[in-house]
Structures are given as C-alpha cells and as structure tokens.
Ligand binder design. Sequence first.
Ligand SMILES: Nc1ncnc2c1ncn2[C@@H]1O[C@H](COP(=O)(O)OP(=O)(O)OP(=O)(O)O)[C@@H](O)[C@H]1O
Length: 589
Amino acid sequence: MNKGIVLQALQSISFYLSSKEKRSAIGNFFLLLIASVLDVFGLASLVPVIMAASNPDVIRTNKYIAEVYGFFGFENYKTFLVVLIIGVFFFFLIKNLFSIWVNYKQVVFTAKLAIKIIRKQFDKYTNLPYWHFNNEGSAKLINGIITVPQWYIAGIIRAIFVLFSEIAIMSVIVIGIFVYQPVLFIILIVVLTPSAVLTYQALKNRSQKLGDQINHLRPISHALLTNTFNGYVELKLANKIEEFRNKFIQNQRDVQALDEKSYLFSMIPLKVIEMVAILGIVTIFLYSILFTDSSSNLITLIGLFAAAAYRLMPSLNRMLTSLVTLKQSSYTITELDRFNEFEKEYHEESVKKPVHFEKNIEFQNVSFSFPGSDKKTIDTINLNIRKGEKVGFIGSSGSGKTTLMNLLLRFYEENSGAILVDNVPLKEENKRSWYDIIGYVKQDTFLMESSIKDNITLADVFVDEEKLNYALEKASLKGFVDSLPEGVNTLIGERGSRLSGGQKQRIGIARALYKNTQVLVLDEATSALDTTTEREVSEAINRLSDTDITILIIAHRITTLKDCDKIFEMGEGKIVAERTYEEVLKEVS
Ligand SMILES: Nc1ncnc2c1ncn2[C@@H]1O[C@H](COP(=O)(O)OP(=O)(O)OP(=O)(O)O)[C@@H](O)[C@H]1O
C-alpha cells in the first residue's frame, strides 16, 4: 500500500471536515464496517440451513445445531427447519435495510461535503486578485468549481471509505484464517500479497499520470466550446466553425481515450487476482504432491483456499481499485489546495470599513508594474479630482488609461504611492464600501441572458422602482424601453444579442446609476459606433453632466469630452498634459 497517497488523502479530508464532521465520518465508517461484517455473516448463515436441509441427522450430529435445537426446545425437525429459514430471511431483511440506511447516510454525508467544497472553491476563485483571475481563465475556474470537487468526492473521499472498510474486513477474515488454519494463512499471504503489491506498483504511476492528463484536457474542452459560442459571428464569417469543431472533437477523443485507459486500469486488479487465485490452487497441488502424500488433506486445503479466495478476492479487488482511484484522483487534492490563501481574505474583507466621499480623490505618486515585468505601466502619477468633476482621459493605445482605472477600481493594487478618497487611502479593508459608491461601464458591458430590468438591477429580488426609473431616464433609455411591449421586462437575448451597441452601453450606464454611484468610470467603446449610436451614448453621458456624480471617462472621441472640466493626456504610464476641451479641439483642428 502506498502510504503517500493515503496519508495525503487523509490530511486533505481532515482539512475540509470540522471536528463534528470528523466524528460523523468515523461513525459512518464503523457503520459501514458493521454492514460488511453482517454481509459475511449473511453468507455464513446459509451454511447451517443447507446442512440441516440436506441432512436431518445434523440436529444430533452437529454440536452447534444440536445446541440451538435443544435450547429453543424444538420437538420437530420440520418446524426447526421452517423457523431456521424464516430466521435467516429476517436476518437478511434487517441486514439489507441496515446496509441501505448506512450507504444512504454516507451519500448524504459526501453530498454535504461536496457542497461545502464547491462553496469554498467559489469563494476562493471569486476572491482571486484580478491578475490571477485573468491568468487562470474562466474554463479552468469553472472546471475547478464544478468538476474537480465531484472527482474529489468520488475518487478521494469514497475511495478512502472503501479502502479502509475493505482493509478492516480483510483483516478480520485473514486473522480468522490465521487462528484456524495457519498453513492456509501462510499460503494466502505468500500468493496474494506479492501479486497485489506488484499490480498496484505497476498501476500507481500510470494512474496518477492519467489523472493529471484528464485534468489538463477537461478545461480545454470548456474553453473551446466557450470560444466557439462567444465568437460565433466572427468564426462563421471566417469559415472557421469546422476547424473549431475538429479541435473540440480531437480534444474529446483524447479525453475518451484516457477514460478507456482508466476503465482498463480498474479492471486489471480483479483479473490479476483471479489468476493468482488459480495459481494458488496449483501451488497447493504441487506442494501436496511433492511434499505430502495425504490426498484428503489436499482436498480440504484446496476447498478452504478456494472459499477464502472467493471471499477475499472481491475485497482485495476493491482495495486495489480504490488505491488506483486514489492515485488517479490525486490531482484533485493539489487542485483544491490551490489559492487557499485567498479564502481568508474574503471573510476578513466582509468587515466593511466605510469610505466617505465628500471632497476629492487624490492619486499620490502612484506607480504600478504588472507582475513579472520591470516596466512601469503606471509611472508616478499625481492627480486631484474634486467631487462632481467630469474628467477625461486620452492618450495613445497602451498608454495606461485602463490600468489607471483598474487601480482606482482596486482590481490592481499600486506598488507604491496611494489613492486617497477624502484623505483616506483605498485599501483592502474599505474596498467593499468603496464598491458601494463607484460604478464602472466597460467597453463591452456585461449582459445576462435575462430582462432589461434584471440587467440593470443585476437581478435584484426587490427592485427599487423609483431608482430604476431614474437610471433609465439618466441613461437615455426611457424612450426605448417605453416603446417595447414588455417594457423593462423585455428579454435581451444572450449577451444582449437583441440590443444595439449603444443600447448595451446605456444599460451599463443605467446599472451604474441604479446603485447610488457617486463615482462613475466610463470606458468609451473604441469600436467605430455608427453616428446614431454614438449620439445616443454621448447624449446619455451629457445627461449625467448635470448630476453631482464624479465622472472619469476614457475617451476615444473628442465629442465625448465636451462637458469635461479637465482632460488628462497619458503617455507611457505618465500624465503628459492637462488640457481643457477647447485646447484639445484646437490641437486637433
Ligand atoms: N494583464 C496584463 N498583463 C501584462 N501587461 C498588461 C496587462 N494588461 C495591460 N497590459 C499592458 O499595460 C499597458 C497599458 O495597457 P492599458 O490597457 O492600460 O492601456 P490603454 O491606454 O487603456 O489602451 P487602450 O486605449 O488601447 O485601451 C499595455 O502596454 C498593455 O500591454
């Protein structure tokens, strides 16, 4: 047995269980054990029935049966037989009911644990720093939240349960054999142990590799499908759908091939053990022919060996298979262990330290480099934005505008300097409070396959109708929504497929306004919007100008900047100039 994987699995399980759950797991294990012992007794209980049925004399000749017969005061052989059969039937009934209950209890226990792990994974992943989050990619994260915990439950938790209960059962039987038939015990140990060890040795590394490969291939399937569906229009136009399909099918073929291998590995132990049992019988034969001359001894020994092997084989098989499964699933332990450090943060963070914004937002010597890069993407930026100001950011592509906003939005953390809101630095501890008052409208607004209302309120259960109306009005969506037969309840299709580009961005604006936004970061769409759409979006932005919302706009069109109090130009991570709208206009013309 490989101590490594079993120990690793136990440590991992113990990490997920509270002390109460640990007690419950141990309790379950013992119940499972009792169920297995009852199974053995079930089989054994048939022996006296068969003996009594085939030979009535047994009530006198067999010591034990005779004792039972006498103890209950039976007077008639037939009554005794009927009672015996009914007794055995009830024993089976109770044993099987017990076994169903124990197994059900175990499933309930593992299902609860699965939910606990899935929730933990969800919390961890949604708390990853933005940088890690992007690096992982959604396909891997989805795999880590849904598929990995399922495999962990099946391949680690259940396998450990099976392994230990089989070890316990086998120990009972083997000790029994040792006490009554030491010779048979030695033969069994000599024959079965090396073959079991060798089978496991042959399979363990292969199994672990197989698990790792499966874990690597599964997210690729997810990613290929997501790309195919997200890029449907572009891929169709480029005649690339077939190519993507072929890649996906190839990936699925590889996954299936691994599944085939995995199935093969799970069958091998049983077949090996079966052959070894035969080998055992041959060995006893040869031993008796060569070293003894009593043939009745030989028959008894073979009979006993066959009976022991018959009971031990399934147990040994399950034990080996669970070891192989553990090895194959060992990747789930490593996978679930990743990013544990971010789980704590989530709970600590839920303590909200308030942020008050009455005066200004100040960037003080803010610098930032992406991990692994020496280049300062944001280089010693100093800015002061007063409450209610409308500020534009312009600059060539890659000059750092989005990164600067991501720092303000706390998706990244500055390497040096600080961003102060009314003189209080933005930190992890006040992030949630900051999120109550800051809104962000991205170039590609996130849209759910749901109604306009849900998209604006982000599926609020109790919608504040007044605020919703205000948001629709200010985002210049009122006219459009009123023209729809179902109004705000109109479904917008997957990723807003039933909306125009301008409407999508205005939904994003309305969403930011619905939540009492005091600071709005707007990343204007770079893609060439048609004149109507551009007008619609500009109109929405202009409407916001007469609110006291502080607006920071990353602008790609000069007209968008019309109502800005000041405009910062960025270049290579620095603020290279501060201008007014008129000055920018003059420069361009
Ligand atoms: N996750 C990332 N990892 C490494 N480098 C990045 C990452 N995101 C952006 N960058 C780099 O940082 C620099 C600034 O990017 P940023 O997106 O802030 O520019 P921008 O001014 O907003 O450009 P655009 O106007 O094209 O949106 C670019 O050189 C970009 O390649």
